[in-house]
Design a binder for this molecule. Structure first.
Ligand SMILES: Nc1ncnc2c1ncn2[C@@H]1O[C@H](COP(=O)(O)OP(=O)(O)OP(=O)(O)O)[C@@H](O)[C@H]1O
Length: 357
């Protein structure tokens, strides 16, 4: 990924991970501040509301919370909301920033009573820090090692009570002792189109962009069930409206503007981007529908196997374009249809263009 002169990254618009500083600022402005404003995730919202209200009634710090789910679904936003709703300060950190137990000790020992500590990507924290966190979460205490070698002693240090909110895209990578110490785990789901339409309508009004229901629905259908991608696509639509003003103000976008903007950025009607299409074209044309192994696919499209496995494949499976079999990935009949090929593996496959691989 490269940084262009406007400070934005040249990125795939449909990459659910956070991209640039410009996007960070934009997201900050759009984040809902309360559970009531937070769209969708009804079950998780209800669970969090109960947990927070019970803690308030008992005048204690809320239990530790683990937020699990794919990138861009609102984990950071929910952590901020938890602190806000509980009326407590928030400290933000992340797994990659905690590479030694000492890094964690410095954060924990400086927390004020009742503070909410958010650790994003908690599965990437150093193992030694994880072990320190077990005790901190359970007893609000840590043991600090003083000295080295045979003369080293451990000195206990009491901590202020705090609420840990951990976020992870890979809950399975967390060791059981850590997972078990969270009082509640929220599993965030992809959003349906009606929910994404609400996210988009709210963001459009905050951006001062007049956009009708049909245009919003068009974006909602292309954003992979992910609010971050929805907001990002909306931003490109707003750019398009500014550059191609249909009403003179440049603050109005209709469905034609949405289609033109998203076609320009290679995001198709199902939300597939260039990489998704490249993967599908390899499976459909070069391997006549599959099965194709992950590494073969990665080499064929010139991408890391990890990216194919973590970003491309889950989406293609979720929208029913491929299935995973023990022998590899196989295109479904819906995939043949989406790419304009009548009926599964056949001589027709050879006609599919592979020019943008
Ligand atoms: N339920 C929601 N309602 C409205 N906006 C939302 C919702 N969920 C997420 N968003 C918006 O989507 C963007 C991304 O959300 P957030 O940063 O919380 O995702 P995340 O799950 O923490 O992502 P990552 O795993 O990459 O850190 C934010 O701008 C936020 O405003």
């Amino acid at each position: 990924m490269t940084r262009n002169e406007t400070g934005e990254d040249d990125l795939d618009l449909t990459d659910p991970k956070l991209a640039s500083e410009a996007e960070l600022a934009f997201e900050g402005a759009l984040r809902p501040r309360s559970l009531a404003e937070f769209v969708g995730q009804t079950r998780v919202r209800g669970q969090l509301q109960l947990l927070l209200t019970a803690a308030t009634l008992q005048q204690r710090t809320p239990d530790h919370i683990l937020l699990a789910g794919p990138p861009g679904l609102g984990k950071t936003t929910l952590a901020m909301i938890v602190a806000h709703e509980a009326g407590r300060p928030l400290r933000m950190s992340s797994g990659p920033a905690i590479q030694h137990a000492g890094d964690l000790a410095a954060v924990l020992s400086s927390l004020v009573p009742g503070e909410v500590l958010f650790i994003d990507e908690i599965h990437r924290m150093a193992r030694s820090a994880e072990e320190m966190l077990y005790l901190a979460m359970e007893d609000f205490r840590i043991d600090i090692m003083v000295g080295k070698g045979a003369g080293a002693t451990s000195v206990p240090l009491d901590l202020s009570p705090f609420t840990l909110v951990g976020a992870t895209t890979r809950a399975g990578l967390l060791p059981n002792p850590l997972r078990d110490r969270f009082g509640f785990t929220a599993h965030l789901e992809f959003y349906d189109e009606a929910e994404l339409e609400q996210v988009l309508a709210r963001a459009a009004s905050m951006l001062g962009l007049a956009i009708d229901g049909e245009a919003i629905a068009e974006i909602a259908g292309r954003c992979r069930g992910t609010p971050r991608i929805a907001n990002r696509l909306l931003r490109r639509v707003r750019d398009y409206a500014l550059v191609h003003p249909s009403t003179g103000s440049g603050r109005r976008a209709d469905v034609d503007a949405v289609r033109a903007a998203l076609d320009l950025y290679d995001v198709d009607a199902l939300g597939l981007d260039r990489l998704d299409r490249a993967v599908m074209q390899i499976i459909l044309t070069r391997f006549d529908g599959g099965p194709v192994g992950l590494n073969t696919l990665a080499v064929s499209v010139g991408e890391e196997a990890e990216t194919i496995e973590a970003v491309v494949e889950p989406f293609l499976v979720r929208i029913g374009l491929i299935t995973r079999t023990p022998r590899g990935r196989v295109a479904t009949p819906a995939a043949w249809r989406h790419f304009g090929l009548p009926n599964g593996p056949s001589e027709g496959a050879a006609t599919l263009p592979i020019d943008d691989l």
